[in-house]
Design a protein. Sequence first.
Length: 148
Amino acid sequence: MERRAKLLSLGYAMEQTLKLRRAPFSTPALVGGKPPVQSRFTVSLDSGTDRFGSVEFAYDETTAQLTYTTRLAPRSAENVTGVWIHRMIGDKPAAAVHLLHNGGSPVTTGTTVLTSSDREDLAAGRLTLRIYTKRNARGMNVRLPGRR
């Protein structure tokens, strides 16, 4: 037991002296000594003159959980076939990473845990919502706001 305590003390002393330890990206900064509060934001699912509805988000940085409620306008619900979160490369959509709505119902809710890459892309504004409809199977982009 004494050896373990000495080893931990030595490691702690080296860490304090060399200042090598950095918090990982996924560790949010404390706000007034406390974890950050959950952020909430709403994204309108609009593309040009088309008004499809909205997605309400609640994001907890400490757990990387993104909770969402997708609400489609009654006249749009039957035409929307999917709402996905995609990565962006420049101005073009890239990989689809999270399905938020699979068509049919006017309201869907769920929670997804963001990967480290997802978190970085969300913070940098490199995620978009992509709305797929019966008329536009290629989808339309609605940018997610950056979080940092």
